[in-house]
Design a protein around this ligand. Structure first.
Ligand code: ZN
Length: 233
């Protein structure tokens, strides 16, 4: 059984579509938040998520967009938050507001805990790839599951603690705004076989960055948000 994990789409419809095409046949697609912010297509991204029945938790940009409060963001991110708040339809805003802070998804003996930031700070904590194992193991045991999935940093990684018989911690990276100097859209596949063996594969997909950057400029969003996509930062 295959499960696709996506995160941080950030209103980038071209990247989202490219990832969905690449995913192909899976049991389900789950999202770790930040559907909106930064990019030019918040409504289309939310609608596609709804049509495909993709479950998602809430991200910090989703929360800031709903509440129209971006004081904790830098000027450029804040501008995109206010723009998104003005642009998103009432119906789509309702869906955004209904996203849970965390989510537990279970298949046979595989249980997944999804949260945008961390189990102790669901919206805002950055759990970066070189976080000490002790803290990751503490988070994992706190969730009582065998797979902890976080987003927010836009930096893909996974660690398998199976020798400690505990589980997996992973971040699929960002679909719509990768920041690891690889501009390709990032996501991951969890493969769960009959012997209950879990395999994680981090994936990258090319998409039409030029098209998105033009849409960003046309929407009147900050130029930096268009430029950064070409450099994956
Ligand atoms: Zn994000």
């Amino acid at each position: 059984m295959k499960i696709a994990i996506i995160s941080d789409i950030h209103s980038n419809l071209e990247a989202f579509n490219a990832v969905l095409r690449d995913i192909g046949e899976v049991e389900c697609v789950l999202c770790v938040g930040d559907l909106v912010g930064y990019g030019p297509d918040p409504n289309k991204v939310i609608e596609l998520l709804k049509i495909l029945g993709i479950k998602s938790v809430m991200g910090n940009h989703d929360y800031a967009t709903i509440t129209n409060s971006a004081q904790i963001f830098n000027e450029i991110a804040a501008e995109a938050i206010y723009w998104s708040h003005r642009t998103i339809t009432e119906e789509n805003m309702k869906l955004l507001a209904s996203l849970p802070e965390h989510m537990l998804v279970e298949f046979d003996n595989l249980s997944l805990y999804l949260v945008h930031g961390s189990p102790r700070d669901p919206l805002n904590e950055y759990v970066i790839p070189n976080t000490p194992d002790e803290l990751l193991l503490q988070f994992l045991s706190q969730t009582n599951t065998n797979c902890l999935i976080m987003g927010h940093t836009h930096l893909p990684f996974y660690i398998d603690f199976k020798e400690k018989n505990t589980g997996i911690v992973l971040n699929p990276g960002s679909v719509g705004q990768p920041r690891d100097h690889d501009p390709r859209a990032s996501y991951c596949i969890i493969d769960y076989d009959e012997d209950e063996k879990v395999t994680v594969t981090l994936k990258r997909v090319d998409y039409d960055i030029k098209k998105v950057s033009e849409k960003i400029r046309k929407a009147g969003l900050p130029e930096f948000l268009a430029e950064r996509l070409f450099h994956g930062r």
